[in-house]
Design a binder for this molecule. Structure first.
Ligand code: COA
Ligand code: AMP
Length: 630
């Protein structure tokens, strides 16, 4: 069967399609049906089945003869260490930690925050939490204490599992002061913390609250897997929305297992036993789905890579890992390739490695620009497949279903909608537009298994953010078009979300931080085009009347404030003081026009602009930062 047949078979009978896929998962009680639509437009999948995530990702492979196969390879050029964990070892380590957590009172439904660098213990912690039916929420290490505190208050974890430090090129990131600071800031206090001590920087433990990772589990009885309902949350992952308050995307257990397992063969074209590598971070959705869960659920070997595409030690590091571990399918963000291309434009470094066993490169997380795709194809000599998805879905909405049939690649398009997704382009009134026309990208409800059923503690926000603009559809927040062959093109976000080095960030959140500066009366943050990171945030601040402090001082404080409040990952370094912001007569800030000026693109003068002269001031301001055609 080709792609079109598979897609049609899903369209004709979605329930039968997903029930068939669900057979690849080991259920403790099989679900009676796939879709539960009684609460439409809220949908759930496999709700009356009983199943355990960890059992499917670990134990069943040991029972089926994969005990001696590597489950996790840790490769850390930044610390100079390498290690491997077989499925049998993984089962022992996970069940021991799970037993210790349970003995300390963690029960089904309790939340556990995980704040760890790229070490295998991060995956062990995630699996241990799901093993006992608790719900993890992994927080990316590049976020500051304040962001961690916001997540602690929303998830209200009973426990936090953290590393003592992370390692960035040139500096050790001390996690413990960030963790302690976040717990101080948060209203909700965890009962205890488990700290993995790393030799690069050991943390001081707080007596009675903090437990050292090994000592914590020393005498624990291993825990068995606890079956949970198919709709039980496996995890919560916070992602940026329009405001500073992150959205807690809920991942349901049953659909997550079924859908991720489906993607491994059909999209990534790997067989169980083969090595799959996603170079991302466990703090992002790519890390959840494709460093941890999908490869393990499918019986692959996954790689936990602690390093950067360049500088650890050089632009050949990805090629070394691919060659050394016999990677068959590789997934990363376009920004990582742009970094390699910048350091090694001719791809000389790849010549030192044999990557001939690699079948394909998969790109996602941001727009894949044609230059990067063509460069990667030329240098790596493999097909390059762009695919489009979001934290909310957890896996591909549109991609090239290579395991079913490799469709012709059209550069600039992530290819076609996957079974499960009825993707449509809508105009402002919610009517489908013709092929080739731009509009909002929406997915006809219900979304497929594994996608978010709601937001944690925020059902109203879920409805408002995703279900209200286009009744009967899920609003993706992206704009684009579909061509006459059904190929999708993702052009832009329709909200205040920007994408910096494949990291999703909220300009609204940065504005909230800047507005908190005592001298700032008003501000705007926009995303400007950047050759390496795709986009960079740029801030414009207007000072309070009477404030005569040097602008450079205020700007430096603003930059520091965003780093402190959101974290280094915001990469907020461009800011400028201006007299006034360009606005419409009704007071709406014209951010879109500001972006065009900063990117030095043509634009139409907004008809509703209050005072067109301000745009000249904006142009002068962005030029001082080296943008706008400077
Ligand atoms: N913990 C602490 N700090 C972190 C961090 C972490 N886990 N990850 C990043 N940071 C810091 C960086 O050290 C940097 O700090 P600096 O301002 O002091 O230099 C800052 O956050 C910005 O990081 P980043 O945007 O990653 O920029 P970079 O210059 O360090 O690296 C790339 C640029 C392109 C090499 C890098 O962004 C990359 O590899 N991107 C791939 C993205 C990816 O995998 N995305 C996941 C979605 S698929
Ligand atoms: P995240 O939730 O962090 O994965 O970010 C999701 C957003 O990143 C999407 O809504 C898009 O705006 C963007 N994105 C992800 N993948 C792609 C892609 N292949 N092409 C264009 N944009 C993408």
């Amino acid at each position: 069967m080709g792609y079109r047949d598979v897609y049609a078979s899903w369209q004709q009978n979605p329930d039968a399609f997903w029930m068939e896929q669900s057979k690849s998962i080991s259920w403790d009680r099989e679900p009676s049906k796939a879709l539960f639509d009684e609460e439409a437009p809220l949908y759930e999948w496999f709700s009356d089945g009983m199943v355990n995530t960890c059992y499917n990702a670990v134990d069943r492979h040991v029972e089926n003869g994969r005990g001696a196969q590597d489950a996790i390879i840790h490769d850390s050029p930044i610390t100079g260490s390498k290690s491997k964990i077989t499925y049998a070892d993984l089962k022992d380590r996970v069940s021991k930690l799970a037993g210790a957590l349970r003995a300390k009172g963690i029960e089904k439904g309790d939340r556990v925050i995980i704040y760890m660098p790229m070490v295998p213990e991060a995956l062990i912690a995630m699996l241990a939490v799901t093993r006992i039916g608790a719900i993890h929420s992994v927080v990316f290490g590049g976020f500051a204490a304040n962001e961690l505190a916001v997540r602690i208050d929303d998830a209200q974890p009973k426990a936090i599992i953290a590393g003592s430090c992370g390692i960035e090129p040139g500096r050790v990131v001390d996690y413990k002061p960030l963790l302690d600071g976040a717990i101080d800031l948060a209203k909700s206090k965890p009962e205890f913390c488990v700290i993995l001590q790393r030799e690069q920087k050991e943390a001081e433990l707080i007596e009675g609250r903090d437990f050292e990772w090994s000592a914590f589990q020393e005498n624990a009885d291993p825990a068995d897997c606890l079956p949970v309902e198919g709709n039980h949350p496996a995890y919560i992952l916070y992602t940026s929305g329009t405001t500073g308050a992150p959205k807690g995307v809920v991942r349901p257990t049953g659909g997550h297992l079924v859908a991720l397992n489906w993607t491994m063969k059909n999209i990534y074209n790997v067989e169980p036993g083969e090595v799959f590598w996603a170079a991302s971070d466990v703090g992002w959705v790519v890390g959840h789905s494709y460093i941890c869960y999908a490869p393990l659920i499918h019986g692959n070997t996954t790689i936990v890579f602690e390093g950067k595409p360049v500088g650890t030690p050089d632009a050949g590091t990805f090629w070394r890992v691919i060659s050394e571990y016999n990677v068959k399918a590789f997934f990363t963000a376009p920004t990582a390739l742009r970094a390699i291309k910048r350091d090694d434009p001719k791809g000389e470094m790849i010549k030192d490695y044999d990557i001939s066993q690699l079948r394909a490169l998969y790109l996602a997380g941001e727009r894949a620009d044609p230059d990067t795709i063509e460069w990667a194809q030329r240098v790596m000599q493999v097909p390059v497949y762009d695919h489009w998805w979001q934290t909310e879905t957890g896996y591909t909405i549109a991609g090239n279903p290579v395991g079913i049939e490799a469709l012709p690649v059209k550069i600039g398009s992530p290819t076609v909608a996957m079974p499960g997704y009825d993707v449509q382009i809508l105009d402002e009134g919610g009517n489908p537009v013709s092929s080739g026309e731009l509009g909002a990208i929406a997915v006809k409800l219900p979304l497929p298994p594994g996608t978010l059923p709601t937001l944690w503690n925020a059902e109203e926000r879920f409805r408002k953010s995703y279900l209200t603009t286009f009744p009967g559809y899920y609003e993706t927040g992206d704009a684009g078009m579909i061509d006459e062959d059904g190929y999708l093109y993702i052009m832009a976000r329709t909200d205040d979300v920007i994408n910096v080095a494949g990291h999703r960030l909220s300009t609204g959140g940065m504005e909230e931080v800047l507005a908190g500066h005592p001298d700032v009366a008003e501000c705007a943050v926009i995303g400007v085009t950047d050759q390496l990171k795709g986009q960079l945030p740029m801030g414009f601040v207007c000072l309070n009347k009477g404030c005569d402090r040097p602008h450079t001082e205020v700007v430096a404080e603003c930059v520091k404030l965003v780093r402190e409040k959101i974290g280094p990952v915001a990469a907020f370094k461009l800011a400028v003081v201006i007299d006034r912001l360009p606005k419409t007569r009704s007071g709406k800030i014209l951010r879109g026009t500001m972006v065009k000026i900063a990117d030095n693109e043509d634009f139409k003068m907004p008809a509703t602009i209050d005072d067109p002269a301000i745009l000249d001031e904006i142009r002068t301001a962005v030029r001082t930062l080296g943008y706008g055609g400077a």
